[in-house]
Design a protein around this ligand. Sequence first.
Ligand SMILES: *Cc1c(COP(=O)(O)O)cnc(C)c1O
Length: 376
Amino acid sequence: MGIQLFVPTFRVDECLEEIRECLEKGWTGLGFKTVELEEKWKEYTGLPHAHYLNSATVGLDMAVRILKMENNWKDDDEIITTPLTFISTNHAILYNNMKAVFADVDEYLCLDPKSVEERITKKTKAVIFVGLGGNSGRLDEVRKICKKHNLKLILDAAHMSGTRINGKHAGFDTDVTVFSFQAVKNMPTADSGMICFKEAKYDEIARKMAWLGINKDTYARSVSSKGAYKWKYDVEYVGYKNHGNSIMAAIGLVSLKYLDRDNAYRRQLAQWYNEGFKDCEKVTTIPVAKNCESSRHLYQIKVDKRDELLLALNEAEIYPGVHYRDNTEYRMYDYAKGTCPNAHKASETILSLPMHMRLTKNDVDYICKTIKEYVK
Ligand SMILES: *Cc1c(COP(=O)(O)O)cnc(C)c1O
C-alpha cells in the first residue's frame, strides 16, 4: 500500500459504542449527540458559541452569509483572502455574490499582513484568514489590521482543531471561526464541521439558518414543548439543511477525546522530519509561528523541481500531496492572476509529506532519506 499522505485513525470500539447509543435511543439526527459535541467543543476550546454542521464548507458559506445579511454588505463588496487554500474558502465569498480579493502569503504560507493592508479599499468588509496546516502565521497582526479598519475577521480553521496561540485555542478573538472534521482532517469524523461565532446574536441566527430557517429545532421541540404545539414553529429565513447529525457527532466525540494526544504525536512526527532535513540545504522547511502550538495537520517543505520529486517519491511508494494550487490560477479568478507572486512561487515548490497517526519514526526516516537522495 505504500506510505499515504493522510490516513484517518478511528477508535473503532469507542465509536461504535457512541453510535449504538444513538441507535438504541432512536435518535440519529440533529440534537442529542450534536448538542453534546457542541458543549464539549466549547469546553475544550473556550470559545463562547459553537454550532455543529455537516461540513466546514457550509460553515464558511454561513459565516459570510450571516455577516453580510446582518451588516448590510452589498453584492460586489470585497473580502480579502488567501490564494493558498482549498476551494471551499473562496467559494464562500462567491456563493454570496461578493468579490474575492487575493492578498499574498508570507514565509508561513499564511496571509501576509502587509499585503492585506495594501488590498483594503472602501468596499472591503472582511478578511478570511486560513491557518494553513494548523499554523497561525501572523494572525495576530491581521487581527489588529481588521480592528483598525473595522473589518470582520473570519478564520478558516479547517486545519486548526487543537491549535493554540499564546496558550489560547485558535478562534479566540475572531468574529467567526469555522472548523472541519472531515475524514482526513486532524479531528476526523466522515464529514462535519463547527461554526463558532463570537457574538450570541449571530450564533442564534446560525442555528436557524442551518435548519431551513425554522426558529426551533426538532430536538428542542421534542424535549421542551408539550403536546399539541410541537408543530407550531415559525420560519424566519430561507435557510439551508446544513446542520450536523448525531451519528457523525458520536464519532466526533471520540475523536475530540484523543485530539490533544494525536496532535502531540503529529508534532513529534514534525520534529523527526525537521531533524531529518536539518543539514539538507535543498529542502526548505516551513516554520511554525513562535507563539503557536500547531495541530500539525500538515508538514510542508519547499523544493525545486517539486513535480519530479513527487514522481520519484511515488516510485518509492511514498504518496505526498500539494496544499495548495495558487487559486488565482483557476479560470474563475483570472482577474487576480499575477497579483500574489509569493503564493504563486510557493505553489510550484511546496510538498506536503505524509502526516498521520500510523506513521512511525522508521517511515519518517525512510521518507527523509529518499528525498535527500533525490535532491542531492
Ligand atoms: C477541508 C477544508 C475545507 C472544507 O472542509 P469540509 O469540512 O470538507 O467542507 C475548508 N477550508 C480548508 C482550508 C480545508 O482544508
